[in-house]
Design a protein around this ligand. Sequence first.
Ligand SMILES: Cc1cc2nc3c(=O)[nH]c(=O)nc-3n(C[C@H](O)[C@H](O)[C@H](O)COP(=O)(O)OP(=O)(O)OC[C@H]3O[C@@H](n4cnc5c(N)ncnc54)[C@H](O)[C@@H]3O)c2cc1C
Length: 192
Amino acid sequence: MVDTLPEVPGLEPLFGDVVAHCPFCHGFEFSGTPVAILGAGPHAAMLAGMVGPIASAVTVLTGGEDLDDDLTKQLDRLDVAVRTEPVRAVGRSSLGLDLTLEGGDTLDLGGLFVAPTWQQATPFAEQLELEMAESGAVAVDGMGRTNLPGVYAAGDMSQGPGLQMPLSSVLTAAASGLVAGATVIHDSVSAG
Ligand SMILES: Cc1cc2nc3c(=O)[nH]c(=O)nc-3n(C[C@H](O)[C@H](O)[C@H](O)COP(=O)(O)OP(=O)(O)OC[C@H]3O[C@@H](n4cnc5c(N)ncnc54)[C@H](O)[C@@H]3O)c2cc1C
């Protein structure tokens, strides 16, 4: 899969380090520091709820967007600070990163969470007309089979039954690759 990051000057080189998308992957690294969450989508409340107990402070940056009523209520309940100015730039600092808001205020943060959008990195699924999940992942059964006999998928690009999205982690990607690989062998032997 390919991630597309929010367009903020200076953000891309920091992704995977002090800018991240997954609190399971970066929660420990950011713990005890002030953390911000960029974006006014439903991810903001989910991330704020997950990061709140481990960060020293949490700020949601709407990036110039309005918060809807539901999100405002959820963030109030979580006691999260909200800044509505667009983000002008980010750069590395000794704590993690300096973030500059329109108007000139700066925030010194230990980490920044973003919500990238993502899509298939290759055209194979489209060319093969594979059935896709709503998330944009290739739909597979529990054994890695796609809807097209002889074609299997595993890892971040695929999504198994009953899941809302791919389980994007190294262990689940490796495990689903093992299962799909074993199924390739099983199906070829069964087919004779
Ligand atoms: C910033 C960040 C931090 C993360 N931290 C963690 C973490 O701490 N713990 C964790 O478990 N998971 C973490 N993840 C998630 C984890 O990296 C992925 O879930 C995992 O790498 C998925 O493995 P994959 O093999 O499905 O895909 P990938 O690792 O993306 O591998 C796909 C490979 O296919 C290659 N490829 C693409 N197109 C072609 C082509 N046409 N021909 C040949 N090769 C091609 C790519 O170059 C790539 O090497 C993190 C992800 C990100 C982005």
